[in-house]
Design a protein around this ligand. Structure first.
Ligand code: NAD
Length: 495
């Protein structure tokens, strides 16, 4: 089999918008380059879709919705199209994985084994939901019959970030499509390629024209969508700062419903009686370093009983030292590149701040020491210890392979207080052999997902989303995601 390098060189790169069932020339003349983080070279140039292109996509989505070509199919019909879509994703796994790796710098071993397969799993799971959603009969008095049914919201805009482009897009497409909506996806400017290819596969699977559209573009394209008067729903995953903007855009336009999945600063709380410190260290290292730390629910804060802190920090640091970034196109690479020079500089800025804020650094190579591919954006796993209370590095989302360590006195109250000392609430973990304590602390952590003696397990069957500044307006994944894309209708019959 040719190497990933040869296959990447031979790849057909999708760059044009996908509107009304086909890849089309954009109306805009403005373009932007996607710079590959692997080596800092331009991967491809894309049209920065403007208001004209956004209008075209919204019109296509609206026409498809209004004439019922998709929503009026029997649910089993929609299910068959999604199952076929999942099958095609599986058949094109390597191509999708390569596009994702070229865009984002993720290791090809991850995109082939995690990202691309997860799309097929998600689509298949929601396909099976299509013909198993029932309505309700309300418990009214004897003189009435009131039914409560779900209807699709209409034209959905999905604005997606660069950290898990395929996975997050699938989380939105699955529930939005099976419930009969039209969707317009605006991938992040750093990572549009795999999503553009996904749209073509959906069309090949039999999804009617106009039901799925993909617009490459920068923030302005997302802003056009967020402020569009004929978009019925906006599902957004990205930073908290942009989340605020799209919420304002909704308020200033048609009050479209908005669901926000935003940032995180998730704590891993470890008590001195943690059942297996090696297992905890492993989960803590992978929980922050996987995907180069660019994971919204990454366990970026270690809250540890001071009696075992030295030992645990040493274990995590040892594991981190063995996880040096490598070439994303080498099959054995475990950590790849950070998504962009800008993101790398942002994280390096936080490392400088850490010094100013008085943290120590038991792990972390200087950035110049890590360069598996010249010109690329690489950073070694880093641990910051003795982070002072209230320090910015302990509160703000760094979104890189950087763990901040916070020591506590061993009491549950102190652990919960430190765990909750952040505006975010996406995830958390507690490690303790005392079931009562683990349960109490899990209840005390204000977050959408809490793990006991584990971290980052779970699958499409459970919801994903957060408390506080981590977002609101529904959840991705699981049956709960269907709520994002449906309206409830009561039909009342007086007997
Ligand atoms: P970002 O907010 O910069 O960009 C996200 C998307 O919004 C991109 O497609 C971007 O082009 C678009 N955008 C930018 N400005 C816009 C505007 N004014 N109006 C509309 N759209 C606009 O975020 P990012 O840097 O791509 O992603 C990283 C962030 O995403 C992190 O904060 C991370 O925690 C968060 N994230 C959250 C989750 C979750 O489920 N909670 C999952 C993944 C990532």
């Amino acid at each position: 089999m040719p190497s990933w390098f040869d296959r990447a060189a031979a790849l057909d790169l999708p760059t044009r918008p996908f509107i009304d069932g086909r890849s089309v020339a954009a109306h805009t003349d403005t373009t932007f380059d996607s710079v590959g983080p692997r080596d800092g070279r331009v991967v491809a140039s894309f049209p920065a879709c403007g208001s004209d292109d956004v209008d075209r996509a919204v019109r296509a989505g609206r026409a498809a919705f209004d004439d019922g070509r998709w929503r009026d199919l029997a649910p089993a019909g929609r299910k068959h199209v999604l199952l076929r879509f999942a099958e095609l994703v599986e058949q094109h796994r390597d191509e999708l994985a390569l596009l994702e790796t070229l865009d984002t710098g993720k290791p090809i071993g991850d995109t082939t084994s995690v990202d691309a397969p997860s799309v097929a799993t998600t689509l298949r799971w929601y396909a099976e939901v299509a013909d198993k959603l029932y309505g309700e009969v309300a418990p009214t008095g004897p003189d009435a019959l009131a039914t409560i049914t779900r209807e699709p919201v209409g034209v959905v805009a999905a604005i997606v970030p660069w950290n898990y482009p395929l996975i997050i897009t699938a989380w939105k497409l699955g529930p939005a499509l099976i419930t009969g909506n039209s969707v317009i996806v605006k991938p992040a400017e750093q990572s549009p390629m795999a999503t553009l290819r996904l749209a073509a596969l959906a069309a090949e699977a039999g999804l009617p024209d106009g039901v799925l559209n993909v617009l490459p573009g920068e923030g302005a394209t997302g802003a056009w969508l967020a402020g569009h008067a004929d978009v019925d729903k906006l599902t957004f995953t990205g930073s908290t700062a942009t989340g605020r903007k799209v919420l304002e855009a909704s308020a200033a336009s048609n009050l479209k419903g908005v669901s926000l999945e935003l940032g995180g600063k998730s704590p891993q709380v470890v008590f001195a009686d943690a059942p297996d410190l090696d297992a905890a260290a492993e989960a803590i290292a992978w929980g922050i370093f996987y995907n180069q730390g660019q994971t919204c629910h990454a366990g970026s804060r270690l809250v540890v009983d001071e009696r075992i802190a030295d030992e645990l920090v040493a274990k995590v640091s040892e594991l981190g030292a063995g996880l040096l970034p490598g070439d994303p196109l080498e099959a054995g690479t475990q950590l790849g590149a950070m998504v962009s020079r800008e993101q790398l500089e942002r994280v390096v800025g936080y490392l400088e701040l850490a010094e100013a804020e008085g943290a120590t650094r038991p792990l972390g190579e200087p950035r110049e020491a890590v360069a598996p591919v010249a010109g690329g954006c690489y950073l070694a796993p880093t641990v910051l210890d003795h982070v002072p209370e209230g320090a910015r590095i302990g509160r703000e989302e760094i979104f890189g392979p950087v763990l901040s360590v916070h020591r506590f006195d061993g009491s549950e109250a102190e652990a919960v207080r430190i765990a909750n000392a952040t505006e975010y609430g996406l995830a958390g973990a507690v490690w303790s052999a005392d079931h009562g304590r683990a349960e109490r602390v899990a209840r005390g952590i204000r977050a959408g997902a809490v793990y006991i003696n584990s971290f980052d397990v779970g699958d499409i069957t459970v919801p994903h989303g957060g408390y506080g500044s981590s977002g609101f307006g529904g959840r991705d994944k699981s049956l709960h995601a269907v709520d994002q894309y449906t309206e409830l209708k009561t039909t009342w019959r007086q007997l």
